[in-house]
Design a protein around this ligand. Structure first.
Ligand code: MG
Length: 258
């Protein structure tokens, strides 16, 4: 069931999203060769709690999961797509790309956002992968207007990615955007591919998280023995960008923007 948010809920989620974006960009600035992913997680949790918010992913256990997520920040390095678990022995090195995915609970309501950042200087193909993924998110946001559908968002993202000349990027299909706010994952499910005019209609007051994940190679992914970490099947790199947005009569409002 799609939940349309009240004005009060929207105001609270907007406030929470500003906090989240502030935290996530600060964590992004900490990314450098030599730092462990556990250190980034500790820093993120500290910043969230300083703002009076709660890390939403910590101990989050979706239906069917064998264990709760053991950290605040999902940190996915290189061929890891999403849900990488922070580890003190996992040290970032020059040339890596790192996806940081963070959710919070602010005054009882949820927010969600992700960015992929370079560690020092990265290769041109990795840079292009990150830029294309971020732009794919923007294209999705541009299509997220009242009157359009979930399929229009997926179609816009897929068409943009397919139009890239330099490479046939893999669009991850098993993971998707989603409604957010009252819960961390709500309806509708928003794939990063689709058909124009298909799926649920977008209406003002819906709050959704859009989150394309693009791979340098295959779209197919595997899950590690930890039951959390999604990784590309061919072990080529992956990037991920996500914003929480509000559907309005006109252009969507990016809530996780500062
Ligand atoms: Mg999400």
């Amino acid at each position: 069931m799609i939940i349309i948010k009240t004005k009060e809920q929207i105001d609270t989620i907007r406030e929470g999203c500003k906090n989240l974006a502030t935290v996530l960009y600060k964590v992004g600035e900490k990314v450098a060769p030599g730092i462990s992913t556990k250190d980034l997680d500790i820093y993120a949790e500290q910043l969230i709690r300083e703002m009076g918010d709660i890390p939403a992913f910590l101990n989050y256990r979706p239906e069917g999961a064998s264990s709760p997520f053991p950290a605040s920040l999902c940190i996915s390095v290189n061929d890891e797509v999403v849900h990488g678990i922070p580890n003190k022995n996992k040290i970032l090195k020059e040339g890596d790309i790192v996806s940081l995915d963070l959710g919070t609970k602010h005054k009882g309501l949820f927010t969600d956002m992700a960015i992929t950042v370079p560690v020092g200087k990265v290769s041109p193909e990795n840079l292009k992968l990150m830029q294309t993924t971020e732009q794919a998110l923007q294209v999705g946001i541009d299509a997220a207007r009242a009157g359009n559908t979930v399929g229009d968002i997926g179609y816009a993202i897929e068409s943009y990615v397919r139009g890239q000349k330099e490479r046939k990027y893999g669009i991850v299909e098993v993971l998707a955007g989603h409604g957010v706010g009252i819960a961390i994952h709500e309806d509708p499910f928003i794939p990063n591919f689709g058909k124009q005019g298909k799926g649920e209609k977008l209406v003002p007051g819906m709050i959704v998280a859009l989150e394309p994940m693009l791979n340098l190679g295959t779209k197919n992914v595997t899950i590690d023995d930890d039951d959390w970490t999604f990784r590309t099947r061919d072990r080529k790199n992956s990037a991920h960008f996500e914003h929480t947005i509000l559907i309005t009569e006109g252009e969507a409002e990016i809530l996780t923007k500062i």
